[in-house]
Structure formats: C-alpha cells, structure tokens
Design a binder for this molecule. Structure first.
Ligand SMILES: [Zn+2]
Length: 139
C-alpha cells in the first residue's frame, strides 16, 4: 500500500509570499507598512495598528528552540518513517517575539532541548512545496 502524502500547505493571499520565499530558500516574515511591526504567522491585518499595508522582510534564519515536543508512534502514516522526530518552536534571533514551528532535521530527536541554537534549512517536499525546517547551528 502506498504511503499517503504528508499534508501540505494550502497558500492563500496572506501566506503565499511566505511559501514562495521558502521556495527561494529565504525565510521571510511580514512587516507592517504603517507601524513596521514584524509579525508571524502571515495575516492580512496588523494587530498593532490595523493597517492592511504589508511587506515581506528576510530574516537571518537563526534562532533558538523556545519549546519542543517529540512525536513517537503512532503518528499519521505519512510521518511513520521519520518517527520519532522533534517538532520545535523556534524564537527568531531577529525578533524574539517571532516564533516559527518546524521539524528538527539533521539531528536525532534526543538532540532537541530548550535553548538549542538552530538555523533554518529548507526541505523540498514536492516540485512546488518547500518547508522551512530547523537544524542545530554551529557544527
Ligand atoms: Zn501596524
């Protein structure tokens, strides 16, 4: 029996620039065009000033693990081969208020710990979909 494909992002007007940037191997977040507050995840309106004006700015791709969980079987069939794996919530070095979730790659799940320095890595999942993920930094 074929392994079902893993769930993929369904870009909309607000999130499409984020996914397109990931395809180019760039990590971007939104910056309000009025008050310049950075925000993530992408959304149409600024929570700080309610402006709908927005631009995308590139982040360094560096951060630290703020929190994590390790997924053990049973997991969805699409994730069975990679389990156990760590899912990390990463606080960005550029702005610690911004936290992005992803998988910890290039390391065993046991390597995940709070405060672990990580950097973004881009995982091509299909011809058109690339996911920003994370790997330990400085090795
Ligand atoms: Zn604003």
């Amino acid at each position: 029996m074929a392994i079902p494909q893993r769930p993929l992002p369904q870009p909309d007007d607000a999130t499409r620039p984020y996914w397109e940037a990931a395809r180019r191997r760039e990590l971007v977040v939104q910056r309000c065009g009025s008050c310049e507050t950075l925000r993530f995840p992408p959304q149409p309106m600024c929570d700080a000033c309610r402006s709908m004006t927005v631009e995308c700015v590139r982040m360094s791709g560096r951060g630290t693990v703020f929190s994590f969980v390790v997924a053990h079987p049973p997991v969805l069939p699409a994730f069975q081969e990679r389990a156990p794996f760590a899912i990390v919530l990463v606080e960005l070095e550029d702005d610690p208020r911004l936290r992005i979730i992803g998988n910890l790659l290039d390391a065993p799940a046991e390597a995940a710990c709070i405060g672990l320095p990580v950097e973004v890595v881009f995982e091509d999942v299909t011809e058109t979909v690339t996911l920003p993920q994370w790997r330990p930094r400085g090795r």
